[in-house]
Design a protein around this ligand. Structure first.
Ligand code: DOR
Length: 292
């Protein structure tokens, strides 16, 4: 594969691989460490309009092929601005959330001067008033996207797989001025303790990530490629170079890696080594090549 740097959705990346939102993304030091370990860019943990502690525990369970989390968007809000100081000049995309277009614009404003781009989280499957409630309504998606994109910062919109027609939602983000869509956030899920006879997670529902959701993510990227003309960033269960190539063939111009980083911080360098040793393949030639 032709090695980076590459530009996707207005953001200059060192290679085609990014850290997905939510994993090791709460401090400047951990984000710098991920970049040092071979990521072409990083996305932060989602930041919202007010400091938030998150859901009561248990909020994370390991299942076959993945993880179910119900963190509940814990974040320090505006105080996070200070974490970016050590990352100046690096490809850092700040993930943001809010309950209204106005809140999205306020939070976006805090980072507009420092971030390489903003990723709108319209897709948390288990946060009341935030996330998927907004991300499944095309009119709201368009409005929230426009409120941020009009600031002139590269604007990515992260979508939920928990909708009937993800293409319709992607098209709404594009109308609102998004520079790219990111697919996908976690798949709504739950487990029940058979001994306690009640849901395992404190919040009952959570979001499934990891290898188990890779085929869902590929299908969503494929659908979006048919529905949108802005770049798509693939996310969901990616853990190998072959997964990255498959995502690209579905239509992704770059790929985010999340859960797999928990097991192996060296995964970016490992994937990049495999990816870029496929001599003679140019990423631009394989993006979307699985479409007839
Ligand atoms: O699965 C998720 N968990 N997706 C999000 O967007 C947010 C996160 C959380 O903090 O609960």
């Amino acid at each position: 594969l032709y090695p980076g740097p590459t530009e996707v959705g207005g953001v200059r990346l060192k290679n085609h691989l990014l850290l997905a939102a939510g994993i090791l993304g709460t401090t400047g030091a951990s984000l710098a460490r991920i970049l040092h370990n071979g990521a072409g860019g990083v996305v932060t943990k989602s930041i919202g309009p007010d400091p938030k502690e998150g859901h009561p525990g248990p909020c994370l369970i390991v299942v076959d092929g993945g993880i179910i989390n119900a963190m509940g968007l814990p974040n320090p809000s505006a105080a996070f601005v200070d974490e970016l100081a050590v990352l100046q000049g690096e490809p850092v995309v700040v993930s943001i959330f809010g309950g209204t277009p106005e809140e999205f614009r306020t939070v976006a404003g805090w980072f507009a001067g420092t971030a390489s781009g903003l990723e709108l989280n319209l897709s948390c499957p288990h946060a009341e008033g935030y996330g998927a409630a907004i991300g499944s309504d095309p009119a709201l998606v368009e409005e929230c996207t426009r409120a941020v994109a009009s600031l002139g910062v590269p604007t990515w919109v992260k979508l939920t797989p928990n909708v009937a027609d993800i293409g319709e939602i992607g098209a709404a983000a594009e109308r609102g001025g998004a520079d790219a869509v990111v697919a996908v956030n976690t798949v709504k899920a739950m487990r029940i303790s058979t001994s306690l006879r009640r849901p395992v997670l404190g919040n009952r529902f959570g979001g499934l990530s990891g290898k188990a959701i890779f085929p869902i993510a590929v299908r969503c990227v494929y659908d979006l490629y048919e529905a949108c003309s802005i770049p798509i960033i693939g996310c969901g269960g990616v853990s190998t170079a072959d997964n990255v190539v498959e995502m690209m063939m579905a239509g992704a111009s770059a790929v985010e890696v999340g859960s797999a980083v928990i097991d192996d911080i060296g995964i970016f360098a490992a994937i990049a080594k495999d990816l870029y040793s496929h001599d003679g393949i140019d990423a631009r030639e394989i993006v979307g090549c699985a479409h007839g």
